[in-house]
Design a protein around this ligand. Structure first.
Ligand code: ANZ
Ligand code: ZN
Length: 887
């Protein structure tokens, strides 16, 4: 009886061994090429979920594989541990955020260790630790010094649910990204990072990042939102003021029939008629909390402000409207409206009965503004209503700009949708902003030597109102670093995205005491060679990290431009849902025999959805790991789908992976007697199995392979040998080039099946005496364990030891596929008769002249051409051609 596959014991044993050996610790070294593989660090919510399991299993395969390939691998892990949930837990359960966070970290660390992930735990960082956030503050002060951190009064997105300010990116369709409450506007003095200073570079570099998914690059480009256009001045009729508009289409200026301005535009107070002002104010207030993105969705509305402007090129009067779709924060807050060629203006003109002019036509027809049912937004030819009739509108842009420039009423400009990054948060559990306010000196930065500004522990907070720190007297009241008089500390904390914008640099020198990181360490390890994480970070975290990298480069801290060379965004982990017509989504245990246990109504299986609490389709990794083991859990999450695709979780698939590992276990242990003390077959030393002995019948007419036992046996051995090397080649390629772990795993499964068939067909006595079979079996099983190990490291280490290896797997080299073993089995031999190509036959690789002669002479076509003549010469050029001289 084979020993039982006791995954619990094996996994615990190897996890302890790895930890004791500090198996995955890393340090810079010049004799091996470095490789930095990083998975996005988690927020310590308390428990890992399947998304984490998948993310970290992907990174772990890459790390283990490259270690075996001889790379010097850095594979760290840490905690993004400041943030809202800790504070909410504090409010709800009366537990201090710090205690809650560190308890969660301990539990999640236990879970990650239980998955056998190969992290260098010596490099662990937690962003809520003063040793870490001290450097947030240090970086903040350096940016402040450079003018890249500044303070301004600004309207912020205020979430009434979380009682905090949200970044634009955290507002999704007017609602909070976290709690979905509708977001209001509030005016506050806020700290900003000047990310806009880097807008152009951030954009340009996206065209030089081949290791990133195109989808993510496109999202970043759209977020940066560069527009090339012009600013044009429209003089107000009968007043000294003028309104500047931003347009990307100066070619449409002859079609302007009104102006649209943001209701909050300062010109309103100066030029609007008295009786309209309060109406416009009210309209403006209603729009305060809207972002550009939701404004696009609104029905177009506006108010005539009671004033007009003059078109600088036509001299026509154009009425001015305060409109709900013009945003004060973009461009100049004013738009020249061209209903003939802009769809928003078209809708507005229809609603308010304003004239529509066509000034650009398609090249083959003329549009009639009376019958137009939507704006013509494409390129075309300038219409006879303009002085450029017949010219392409693209060319007209330059001509028009020339005239405007001469008149001093227009100039080319570039606009970006990207806004500066507001980092102030009215929250407790975050990094204090190291600034002091002094009545005499104003805004004073804390001295670098006085960092960190420690987040005080004893703060009472209710989750309501402004910053909780404002009530912590001992924290707030301080001394001005400049003049020594009484002063007050800044009570806002930093957005937690600041913490995660440079953690990958801290991993390079996590214990560094004098700087955020050591420059030499960073230049050795950085950039991250492979970053793995969720697509939800396509703009926020990934753009901020890119900005930080560039800003730190300009502070002289590092010497490179981009932090992440290659990016893999993994798909979501999904599962089928269960739905009761009365009670909605149900947990699996709320369903008995297809019926809801509450109302006995038939339950339908709903759509496959991302695992979530609300859909009640979450699978707890702890349960899967304890039932099936870490290796199975990892294997399934890698096998069920390619990494970028969504993964459909199903328990049968998990069981299938568990059974597969059991098969591997028995395969090795059941045959261990035959292979333990055997040298593996080594094509480099032992030569190709094909040459020089031909494995195929020398004379097919006399030989029946199905009866000839030794012949067949050798062919089978050869097949296993070839398959072994083919599998190595495929698995290597699938990991290295494509991250297609699923197809790599199926190839390994096929090899296991083939080995079972091979052994099953070989009587035990034969296996014992057949030296070649034993060598090849040894070779195949050895490589099987090696190539399985990045996916299922525990069982692999155990089997590796059992087959008699003395060094642990993680110190063993990845096998190479042998060219000799991969040689084709057959080739096409060209047959010439009297110098002319007459036929082709298929013959085995390694065939000698004696082997091919009967095959060629029996070939029907060749026979036809020889036509009974006598054969005077038979010339064989091995593996190429045969020439027969007949006559
Ligand atoms: C006249 C025009 C004619 C326009 C036409 C477009 C088409 P992007 O590409 O997004 O930069 N615009 C300018 N400032 C705006 C603001 N603060 N709020 C809302 N819309 C604004 O868009 C630039 C175009 O959006 C500008 O070009 C302007 O309308 C409008 F056939 O000017 B256009
Ligand atoms: Zn002072």
């Amino acid at each position: 009886m084979t020993e039982r596959f006791d995954h619990k014991r094996i996994e615990a044993f190897w996890q302890e061994a790895w930890e004791k050996d500090r198996a995955f610790s890393s340090s810079p070294s010049n004799d091996r090429e470095k490789y930095y593989v990083l998975e996005m660090f988690p927020y310590p919510s308390g428990k890992i979920h399947m998304g984490h399991v998948r993310n970290y299993s992907i990174g772990d395969v890459v790390a283990r594989f490259l270690m075996m390939k001889g790379k010097n691998v850095l594979h760290p892990m840490g905690w993004d541990s400041f943030g809202l949930p800790a504070e909410n837990a504090a409010i709800q359960n009366n537990i201090h955020p710090s205690k809650w966070t560190y308890e969660n970290i301990a539990n999640m660390k236990r879970q990650l260790k239980g998955l056998g992930l190969c992290y260098d735990w010596d490099r662990e960082v937690a962003t809520c630790a003063p040793e870490y956030y001290k450097w947030n503050q240090w970086i903040f002060l350096r940016l402040y010094e450079k003018g890249l951190a500044y303070k301004k009064l600004s309207l912020v997105n205020w979430c009434p649910g979380c009682s905090t300010v949200l970044a634009n990116e955290q507002v999704i369709e007017g609602a909070c990204w976290r709690c979905s409450s509708e977001v209001d506007a509030k005016e506050l003095n806020q700290w900003f990072f000047k990310i806009t200073e880097y807008a152009e570079e951030l954009l340009q570099c996206t065209y030089k990042m081949p290791g990133w998914p195109e989808r993510v690059l496109t999202m970043q480009r759209n977020w940066i939102g560069k527009s090339i256009g012009a600013e044009i001045e429209f003089k107000v009729k009968g007043a000294p003021e003028s309104i500047r508009v931003f347009t990307t289409r100066p070619d449409t200026i002859y079609g302007v029939t009104f102006l649209s301005i943001a209701p909050s535009h300062p010109v309103v107070d100066k030029i609007a008629s008295r009786e309209k002002i309060s109406e416009i104010k009210a309209f403006s207030d209603k729009l305060k909390n809207k972002t550009k993105r939701d404004i696009d969705l609104l029905e177009k509305q506006g108010i005539f402000i009671g004033a007009s402007c003059v078109n600088p090129l036509t001299g026509e009067d154009v009425p001015v409207y305060a409109s709900n779709f013009v945003l004060m924060e973009y461009g100049t807050g004013a738009v020249m409206a061209v209903p003939g060629h802009d769809q928003r203006d078209f809708e507005f003109a229809k609603a308010y009965n304003l004239p529509i002019k066509v000034v650009i036509n398609p090249s083959d027809s003329a549009l009639n503004p009376e019958t137009l049912d939507k704006a013509y937004v494409d390129n075309g030819v300038m219409s006879p209503l303009t002085p450029f009739a017949g010219m392409s509108n693209i060319e007209a842009i330059d001509e028009i700009l020339k005239i405007l420039e001469q008149k001093g009423l227009g100039k080319k400009t570039i606009n970006y949708k990207l806004r500066d990054w507001g980092i102030s948060r009215q929250r407790y559990w975050g990094c204090p902003i190291p600034i002091v306010y002094c009545e005499k000196c104003g805004v004073v930065p804390v001295d670098l030597k006085d960092l960190p500004v420690i987040l005080p522990e004893d703060v009472s907070f209710t989750g309501k109102g402004l910053s909780p720190l404002a009530n912590a007297g001992a924290f707030v009241n301080t001394i001005c670093p400049k003049c020594g008089s009484e002063a007050k500390r800044e009570t806002d904390t930093m957005d937690t995205f600041v913490d995660s914008s440079w953690y990958f640099l801290r991993y390079c020198s996590p214990k560094e005491l004098t700087l955020p990181f050591d420059k030499a360490d960073a230049s050795y390890w950085m950039p991250v060679d492979q970053y793995v994480g969720g697509i939800e970070h396509a703009v926020l975290h990934l753009l901020y990290s890119r900005f930080f990298t560039k800003a730190m480069r300009d502070l002289g801290l590092i010497g490179f431009d981009e932090p992440f060379k290659n990016l893999l965004t993994q798909g979501m982990v999904c599962k089928e849902t269960l739905k009761c017509p009365e009670h909605g989504f149900l947990f699996p245990e709320e369903v008995k025999a297809g019926k809801c246990v509450k109302c006995n109504k038939a339950v339908s299986s709903g759509p496959v959805e991302k695992m979530s609490k609300s859909k009640k389709n979450i699978v707890d990794p702890d349960r899967i790991i304890s039932e099936y083991g870490a290796d199975t859990t990892r294997l399934f999450s890698l096998f069920a789908a390619p990494p970028e695709k969504d993964l459909d979780w199903n328990e049968e698939g998990v069981e299938g992976c568990y059974r597969f590992l059991g098969r591997v276990w028995r395969l090795v242990l059941d045959n261990i007697e035959f292979i333990r003390d055997v040298q593996k077959y080594d094509p480099q030393k032992d030569g190709s199995l094909r040459v020089p002995t031909p494995l195929y019948p020398t004379d097919p007419t006399k030989h029946d392979p199905h009866k000839d036992d030794s012949f067949q046996r050798k062919a089978e051995i050869m097949d296993i040998h070839t398959l072994t090397h083919r599998t190595i080649e495929k698995v290597t390629h699938d990991i290295e080039e494509r991250f297609h772990f699923n197809t790599a795993i199926s190839a390994i499964m096929e090899q296991v099946n083939a080995l079972y068939l091979f052994i099953g067909s070989m009587p035990v006595e034969k296996l014992e005496t057949n030296g070649l079979a034993k060598k090849v079996l040894r070779e195949s099983i050895e490589s099987l364990i090696l190539i399985l190990s990045p996916f299922a490291p525990h069982i692999s280490e155990e089997l590796w030891k059992r087959v008699g290896s003395l060094t642990p797997l993680y110190m063993t080299r990845w096998p190479d596929a042998s060219e000799l073993a991969l040689l084709k089995e057959e080739f096409t031999l060209i047959v010439q008769v009297n110098g002319k190509l007459r036929s082709k036959v298929i013959v085995p690789v390694g065939a000698t002249e004696a082997d091919v002669r009967p095959i060629v002479l029996n070939d029907a076509k060749t026979k036809e051409w020889i036509n009974g003549k006598s054969i005077r010469k038979f010339v064989y050029v091995p593996e190429k051609l045969v020439n027969i001289v007949a006559g």
